[in-house]
Design a protein around this ligand. Structure first.
Ligand SMILES: *[C@@H]1O[C@H](CO)[C@@H](O)[C@H](O)[C@H]1NC(C)=O
Ligand SMILES: *[C@@H]1O[C@H](CO)[C@@H](O)[C@H](O)[C@H]1NC(C)=O
Length: 384
């Protein structure tokens, strides 16, 4: 997943430039400020009184069910990834709330009632994400496993529209990843936590419906949401982490980190047109030893996840190499597969898969995210 810094292009494309606050670009060359999660409510380790307050804001509590008697060790990375991801989300929504509250340029809302309403909703989302993170951490701690702690974060967004568009995008990816979490837990014989994963997946869907309506997209994206795999989610999250800022080695989480697959079509894969077309990609395979035999060649595929379809592979074409950097295209078979909503792309060494999980072992770079939007016609959307 590659988020270009020119996301605001989406605003113009969507014809919302007038409604969205003007973007505020940081001075050229300025390093993005690392964001640190505020600790005033004790997160990620609140005391019982602090937890009570978080639960009040979240409109609900953690489960009071006894923890499972045992967890298959193959399942621990699932909980570590959920914890790592939810901490990123806590950082993102904390930063967004700060920006809206303080009228940071690009985030100042004209209508004070809308500002109050948005902050009210985002405060509840934030508390809910905190409980998702705490829940995953409790399971790990119960089995004396490594519990991720917050890192320092960086976000590519500099205005409210782009921030909500990013929230829509990462929430859709998370909902795909939680499908993989449920599947992995079931396969590993850990049926106990599956109910909770399904519960939080629906919760994320409610959030995303709200973000989507703000963006003038239909709230329900697809009949069956696009799936994803844990390794692609862990890889995508790396761009939000200030390099080297996690107070633990990332290898504590036993998942691969793939090099990014950049989508060049649309505004970095946002707002891609709803039609059959070639999509352009770029990849830098420096340091990817599994790519050695393929450098300079065209024997690779783009493999897509879309909805609950089996992985769809298309050969790469118009390949241009410069050392280990390649630009190329692949067909986006939109109409045959109704690829509205999120598609997750990977650069793979094979073009034949019978399940999403198989794709990981053949991947050289991932994920590339492509979004085709079915927009509502008259909703006034982002009138904040
Ligand atoms: C909050 O504003 C800062 C300064 O413009 C920006 O760097 C950061 O990305 C914003 N946060 C979010 C979540 O968009
Ligand atoms: C643990 O998970 C592995 C991988 O899915 C599986 O092969 C094994 O049977 C599981 N163990 C139990 C006790 O279910």
């Amino acid at each position: 997943m590659y988020f270009p810094t020119v996301l605001s292009a989406v605003t113009a494309v969507a014809g919302l430039a007038a409604a969205a606050p003007a973007g505020h670009a940081p001075p050229a060359g300025a390093a993005p400020t690392p964001f640190v999660i505020p600790t005033d409510d004790g997160f990620p380790n609140p005391n019982p009184d602090q937890l009570k307050v978080i639960q009040q804001i979240a409109d609900g509590t953690l489960s009071n069910a006894a923890p499972p008697a045992k967890i298959n060790e193959s399942s621990f990375p699932v909980f570590q990834l959920i914890s790592f991801n939810e901490q990123f989300e806590v950082a993102f929504f904390s930063s967004l709330i700060y920006n809206v509250t303080n009228d940071v340029p690009g985030f100042a809302l004209k209508n004070p009632k809308k500002k109050d309403e948005l902050l009210d909703i985002l405060e509840t989302v934030l508390a809910q994400e905190k409980l998702h993170a705490i829940n995953a951490g409790k399971t790990l701690a119960n089995f004396k496993q490594f519990v991720p702690v917050p890192c320092k974060y960086q976000f590519p967004t500099a205005n409210i529209y782009d921030a909500i568009a990013l929230a829509d995008r990462f929430t859709a990816l998370v909902m795909g990843t939680l499908q993989d979490a449920a599947q992995t837990l079931a396969r590993n014989g850990d049926v106990g936590p599956v109910r909770g994963v399904a519960s939080s997946l629906g919760q994320e869907g409610q959030q995303d419906g709200f973000y989507r309506i703000l963006l003038s997209k239909k709230p329900s994206e697809k009949p069956f949401l696009t799936t994803n795999v844990a390794a692609f989610a862990f890889s995508a999250l790396q761009q939000f982490i200030v390099p080297g800022s996690c107070p633990f080695p990332l290898s504590n989480i036993k998942l691969p980190i793939f090099t990014p697959l950049q989508v060049l079509t649309g505004a970095g894969g946002f707002d891609v047109e709803a039609r059959d077309q070639h999509i352009a990609y770029k990849v830098d395979l420096t340091g990817v030893s599994t790519a050695d035999a393929h450098i300079g060649k065209s024997d690779l595929w783009i493999t897509y996840f879309s909805g609950q379809l089996l992985p769809i592979s298309m050969p790469i074409v118009n390949v241009k190499w410069s050392g280990r950097v390649a630009t190329f295209e692949a067909e986006f078979p939109f109409s045959a597969n109704e690829m509205v909503g999120l598609s997750v792309a990977a650069l793979t060494t094979s073009g034949k898969f019978t399940s999403p999980g198989e794709v990981v072992g053949a991947t050289l770079a991932a994920p590339g995210l492509i979004q085709v939007d079915d927009r509502v016609k008259s909703w006034d959307g982002f009138k904040l």
